[in-house]
Ligand binder design. Structure first.
Ligand SMILES: Cc1cc2nc3c(=O)[nH]c(=O)nc-3n(C[C@H](O)[C@H](O)[C@H](O)COP(=O)(O)OP(=O)(O)OC[C@H]3O[C@@H](n4cnc5c(N)ncnc54)[C@H](O)[C@@H]3O)c2cc1C
Length: 517
């Protein structure tokens, strides 16, 4: 096989692995080089305290079911410990709401809220499906070429086919904020707070920020095999089971995966890609390099800005990628006693987002380089459903906590201990015994996430998911079809269309683009 057929994939996050698997199945000689000691990136299951394991990404709701089938992930070890989990919106007094795909139950939910919820789910799922249909295609470019014009026409048609009223509503709400949409549809403050959390998780925005409807739609936009939008699942063994299964599929197709191999430089020869150099000095040759690293890391660090036009380098350095989510892992001696919840209910998704105003205020701090003193949280206790993640009888609590800016005014060295205290105070308001049940704590701030997973800003999506950084603008115009402006260099990670979350579409689209080149 010639060097022209060889492909190096930089990074074994789930998108890098999907890309590698499809390229290898098409006959390319693929080598995946991963800096960390294990595959999976932010979706790896890691031991954070002796015997206690968790994955940074902890819930599965976007994984493309065609990829799951095509790569036979179930045969490679993927199984679900839970599927169709409900969301429980926590109330400090124990008056919680349970939110399922079709209905909400709990104190203070009026008939109007119930009807509002059905209608909200209906139109959000319908609009999310329009976005979801774009996930498996190359974003159309703004050109006069027939293929691009056709793709743009199809997009317009999909929106038109929503029907007159829904089309108007889609166009009205897509660019506005979730705060207004929830105010229009609901009375119950706890319900509004909990639903707004879905719009701001992993983003640098509050409920009143523009685009927050779009991010809520993105969360519901996965192809989960014809089920209801945004169904929440928990893979047995954490999300690392998904990425281990992807690695097994890639290896079976012939790809070689090397861990502990940080790529230091993308090498050029005569202006086109010639291979990579590892941190240890080893050089590997290939005419095609596909990077699962984020756009800024790839272009500015691994390639070098001087190898692209100044305008393009500027656009990439302006790609907004300041993470604002921290990740907490607790090793627990026993299940904590959440006021008003049964042990079985602890196996659902628990959220702390009491009102819209609370969530907005939590966000406000981060605008000024401060962490929230009253944060919001998405909590999962995976060991209720999957005891394999902890020693017998013990438990793991895994929580996304916002807002925690990438760059803290006082510095995370100083701020981390204090923020950990804030989070424990928050949890103790709902589970008073949380401190005494805790054996070990790991808090990953965005700074830690950046270092641990080599993701600029520690950003959930490798870069903000917003209308101006979506489709043909992701990561930058003229590079949105995975091809970078240097011959032989491609991107395949969350910083490309259709963004982050454990979905796999960016990896598969990138493989198709490489194969079609
Ligand atoms: C706190 C938090 C919670 C989240 N929770 C969820 C969730 O519950 N559900 C969900 O679906 N999504 C969640 N996400 C988002 C999800 O984890 C990411 O969007 C997704 O993992 C991105 O996958 P990826 O393959 O594109 O990149 P990554 O997972 O970032 O993988 C990139 C890989 O490239 C490697 N790499 C980078 N540079 C180099 C180099 N120079 N040499 C070699 N290797 C390199 C990295 O080590 C890494 O392994 C969460 C994110 C965060 C931050």
């Amino acid at each position: 096989m010639s060097q022209m057929d060889s492909v190096i994939v930089v990074g074994a996050g789930h998108n890098g692995l999907v890309c590698a698997a499809y390229l290898a199945r098409a006959g390319r000689k693929v080598t995946v080089l991963e800096a960390a000691g294990q595959v999976g990136g932010m979706a790896a299951t890691r031991e954070f305290a002796p015997g206690f394991k968790a994955s940074c990404a902890h819930l599965l709701y976007l994984l493309d079911q065609d990829i799951r089938k095509e790569l036979a992930l179930d045969a490679h070890g993927l199984s679900l410990a839970a599927n169709g989990m409900k969301t429980i919106a926590l109330d400090a007094g124990g008056e919680h709401l349970t939110i399922g795909p079709d209905r909400v139950t709990g104190p203070g939910v009026s008939e109007a809220d119930q009807a509002g919820y059905r209608e909200y789910r209906r139109f959000m799922a319908k609009f999310a499906a329009v976005i979801g249909k774009l996930h498996n295609q190359l974003p159309p470019r703004i050109t006069q070429e027939r293929g691009d014009l056709l793709a743009l026409g199809q997009l317009a048609l999909k929106i038109r086919l929503l029907g007159r009223d829904d089309m108007r509503e889609f166009l009205r709400i897509a660019g506005i904020n979730i705060y207004d949409v929830l105010q229009e549809n609901f009375d119950n403050p706890l319900l509004k707070g909990a639903l707004s959390l879905d719009a701001v998780l992993g983003t640098n925005s509050g409920p009143r920020s523009n685009n927050s409807v779009f991010t809520a739609l993105h969360r519901l936009s996965g192809n989960n095999g014809g089920g209801k939008a945004g169904v929440l699942a928990l893979p047995a063994g954490g999300l690392g089971t998904v990425t281990e299964a992807l690695a097994a599929a890639a290896r079976k197709a012939g790809a070689e995966i090397r861990t502990g191999c940080p790529v230091e430089r993308i090498l050029l020869d005569g202006g086109r890609v010639a291979g990579v150099r590892l941190a240890g000095g080893e050089e590997l040759r290939a005419a095609t390099v596909v990077s699962n690293a984020d756009p800024r890391t790839t272009i500015l660090d691994l390639l070098g800005a001087r190898h692209v036009e100044a305008g393009f380098a500027k656009r990439i350095s302006n790609f907004r990628s300041r993470g604002n989510a921290a990740k907490l892992h607790l090793a627990l001696d026993a299940l904590p006693d959440f006021r008003g919840l049964s042990a079985a209910q602890l196996g659902e998704r628990l959220v702390i987002a009491p009102t819209l105003e609370y969530v907005e205020r939590a966000f406000n701090h981060s605008k000024y380089g401060e962490y929230s003193t009253m944060p919001v949280a998405e909590i999962v206790i995976p060991t209720v459903r999957d005891p394999s993640l902890a020693p017998s009888g013990k438990h793991v609590l895994s929580a996304v906590v916002q807002f925690a800016p990438r760059t803290l005014k006082s510095g995370w060295n100083e701020g981390k201990g204090a923020f950990t205290g804030v989070i424990f105070d928050l949890l103790a308001a709902y589970a008073p015994d949380i401190r005494e049940k805790t054996l070990a704590t790991e808090l990953l701030t965005p700074e830690d996430l950046e270092r641990e997973f080599r993701v600029t800003g520690g950003h959930w999506h490798h870069g903000e998911l917003a209308l101006d950084q979506f489709l043909m603008m992701r990561p930058a115009p003229k590079s949105a079809q995975y091809r970078m402006p240097v011959d032989g260099l491609w991107l395949c990670g969350a910083g490309t269309h259709p963004g982050g979350g454990v979905m796999g579409c960016a990896g598969r689209n990138a493989a198709r683009a490489v194969l079609g080149a």
